[in-house]
Design a protein around this ligand. Sequence first.
Ligand code: NAD
Length: 297
Amino acid sequence: MAQIGFIGLGNMGGPMAANLAKAGHQVTVFDLSAEALKVAAEHGCKLANSTQAVADGADFVISMLPADKHVQGVYLGEQGLIHSLSNSTVVIDCSTIAAETARYVGAELGKQGITFIDAPVSGGVGGAIAGTLTFICGGSEAAVEQARPILNDMGKNVFRAGDIGAGQVAKICNNMLLSVLMVGTSEALQLGIAHGLDPKVMSEIMLQSSGRNWTLEVYNPCPNIMDNVPSSKGYQGGFLVDLMSKDLGLAQQAALASGASTPMGSLTLNLYRSWAQLGHGREDFSSIFNYVKPQTK
Ligand code: NAD
């Protein structure tokens, strides 16, 4: 069993750390939120009072932080782990951030002989709780193989997309596609509702037809069709509109850098940004269902 330091115990990191403790690892955790730390302690994690304390003696350090600036600060900031990590520690950053930031953090840690992989995830909060996440890794083959047994305790699929940063590229491609599916599914359901159809029946029909997709299978955006999804819980407890906007911004950055054409990704970025500006940034991303609700005539 390994000694693991875990930083960032939010909607995703909290259940991921709990699953590592459940698998028998010694897990030391840190978060800025006292509430998140309390929950982690209830799941058998040991509490640290700083990021440095998390790294002490760790075989692996895992981070699950909101965005680039948090990851850069935790590893490369004035109090960053780069100053305290031993070169026998493997760093696994599971946050979704820009591929360039992952490459930069990986290169700086690499100069100190510290192994780094980016390993963003797919599968949502449900997958984090159930331990069925998909990890999309970027790093050397040897580093991904070192991390694999630990990742297997939090997920069911571990892919290597390529070198450091490649995990992030594959992840934002996936999330751009997910946003398109979520907006499209929401529009289709709202159109049917506007014509008097029952959204539950419509969902069943589309699930068995060519419109079938992940949102209809496990994450229906219309309230009260599925239990335990954010739409049935006031759009709370899932993947924030603000975080989806961030990922879609990263996808557009990547498209600009490569000259790729992503008109649908650009459209969903604008939809999610304006939905956030209307005050919905802290809701789950499936709340876009309400943005495409037809106006009453
Ligand atoms: P979250 O906002 O729920 O959690 C982030 C946690 O990081 C918070 O508890 C916060 O207190 C903590 N934090 C921030 N700065 C810190 C610091 N300097 N030191 C210690 N803790 C710090 O976010 P989340 O939904 O768990 O998402 C985390 C990452 O995973 C994001 O990059 C997101 O894009 C990605 N992601 C989320 C989902 C999802 O469904 N929620 C799915 C896949 C990927």
